[in-house]
Design a protein around this ligand. Structure first.
Ligand code: RAM
Length: 512
């Protein structure tokens, strides 16, 4: 499913007061220096970094450094030469990778629909050695490979050392030590928090390699995980203000916001992401009780729901298929999204009821409560199939429909387990493609009281990434197809991705 939305002449409507508050909440980043790793490889041969400093590199030689952990930051290389005088520039290529497997991919062979400029590769000339080179961009990586493109017959290049100045807005001092007796859960918990920490920059980015941007669906999940760990609640608040501060001219919230050079709503709209705004705001206020945010953001939140109610809901209280085509839910080509989106809408209306209750607007709160119940009933009437014993979305069985309608409280009592199993194992049914969807599946299991199944799934799916040597959790993971990518090439996949960071939250809330 290619996702490229271009609205000619799109001009977002900005609210300067909200954007000023977002700006004032910009975090101070925390910088940490990581020295060169102790071991490295030259043309496959393992050696210490001290040995590397006396190993001349000539055309075609390759030095691979492993920093031993995922980092987000600036890379410095200390270079010199050996041999006769440097009579020509040193010319080399640097590839940076979050996983070793990325380095096996050929960037030239990537012809997918996302820009290849996301591939972390630089080609550099250095005229005068010795030189300390600081690479021009911020990168997300564990591995660095230097390939010599050319020196000259008179001299060779020497890599004397490398270091990284890592940056993040997450403060590990705020994370209390957890006693997690289950070893697998402990590791999953740690990797979840490492993922969140590396995505926490001037905004909660979706991925520090790509898109380095604020996406609403991702933000909601990052925030949940943040509340049980770093408690960077001002950063969450900043992100909420950014979504409210730059929007479509008709008040809808964009699926994502560009933050550089100035905040600007992207001209991409997902009905489900916009509807998650009131949900994320409710989560935030439940955690913090900051009334300023309630006062400022209540009406932008309600507008997201009102827009959908007045444009895309039929007389019986069911979402129109037209809305279904504007939703995300998951990267699935074949998924019919209508029933799942109905589930998101119901949760958004429930959130509006809570928010209005917080603001003591009791009549409004009561109206939203009524509406949510009507839409739940309508969902049961339209989508539940007595014969199949599960929800059908325009005739299609999918796990997505079961999960989102179960989370909305529309699943008939005691039917969740069988409905989930049916949807998961039905041949040809759309499969879950992203950790984002897997998160909501585990949530639905836990909310339905299916704790053993939830534990098994956490250990199979996120544990599966760890068994595949993940230092941080990934944007996509299909255990059956390790090279899968929604973009037409795993070289542009992000391997430290916001929507994958939630197991710590799930473990904390339901298992500790
Ligand atoms: C991608 C990003 C982001 C996600 C959207 C739908 O570009 O990975 O995390 O929210 O897609």
């Amino acid at each position: 499913m290619e996702l490229i939305s271009i609205i000619p002449g799109f001009q977002p409507k900005n609210d300067p007061a909200l954007l000023a508050k977002a700006e004032a909440l910009k975090p101070e980043l925390i910088y940490t220096d990581y020295p060169a790793p102790s071991m490295c490889r030259v043309n496959g041969e393992e050696m210490s970094v001290e040995q590397l400093a006396s190993r001349p590199l000539k055309r075609g030689d390759m030095a691979l450094l492993d920093f031993g952990r995922h980092l987000v930051g600036r890379l410095t290389l200390r270079l010199s030469s050996t041999g006769s005088h440097q009579d020509a520039p040193a010319y080399f290529q640097i590839d940076l990778a979050e996983r070793l497997e990325e380095l096996e991919e050929d960037p030239e062979a990537y012809h997918g629909w996302l820009s290849r400029s996301w591939i972390q590769q630089e080609k550099l000339h250095v005229d005068d050695l010795p030189e300390t080179v600081v690479l021009p961009r911020r990168y997300a990586f564990r591995y660095v490979r230097l390939t010599v493109l050319d020196t000259s017959p008179k001299y060779q290049l020497v890599l004397r050392g490398a270091s990284c100045r890592a940056e993040s807005a997450a403060d590990w001092k705020n994370v209390s030590n957890k006693n997690i007796p289950d070893k697998e859960f402990k590791r999953i918990y740690e990797v979840s928090l490492a993922t969140l920490a590396d995505c926490a920059q001037e905004v909660l980015e979706d991925g520090p390699k790509r898109d380095r941007r604020l996406w609403l669906g991702d933000l909601r999940l990052q925030a949940l995980t943040d509340y049980i760990s770093f408690r960077n609640t001002d950063l969450v608040k900043r992100c909420l203000y950014l979504f409210a501060g730059t929007r479509f001219p008709d008040g809808r919230m964009s699926a994502n916001v560009f933050t550089s050079p100035e905040p600007m709503a992207d001209d991409t709209y997902f009905v489900d992401y916009a509807l998650l705004f009131p949900v994320a705001l409710k989560d935030y206020l439940t955690e913090t009780g900051v009334t300023e945010a309630l006062n400022d953001l209540l009406s932008p939140a309600l507008e997201q729901v009102e827009f959908v109610l007045s444009n895309w809901v039929d007389a019986e209280g069911v979402l129109l298929p037209e809305a279904g085509r504007q939703g995300f839910i998951d990267w699935s080509e074949t998924l019919d999204r209508t029933a799942a989106l109905q589930g998101v809408l119901i949760q958004a209306i429930d959130a509006c009821a809570v928010l209005c209750g917080m603001k003591r607007e009791t009549e409004k709160a009561a109206r939203y409560e009524r509406l949510a119940d009507e839409l739940r009933q309508a969902a049961k009437a339209r989508f539940w199939d007595e014969q199949e014993q599960c929800f059908l979305s325009n005739g299609q069985v999918s796990i997505h429909s079961q999960v989102w309608l179960a989370l909305a409280g529309a699943m008939p009592e005691g039917k969740a387990r069988a409905a989930f199993e049916k949807a998961l194992f039905l041949p040809g049914a759309p499969r879950m493609e992203t950790p984002y969807m897997h998160h909501y599946y585990v949530m639905a299991l836990l909310e339905a009281g299916l704790k053993d199944e939830a534990e098994a799934h956490l250990k199979a799916y996120w544990g599966g990434m760890i068994r595949a040597r993940a230092d941080t959790f990934w944007e996509c993971f299909d255990p059956r197809n390790p090279k899968s990518s929604p973009y037409g090439g795993m070289i542009v996949n992000s391997f430290c991705h916001a929507w994958s960071c939630t197991p710590a939250y799930l473990i904390e809330k339901y298992f500790l």
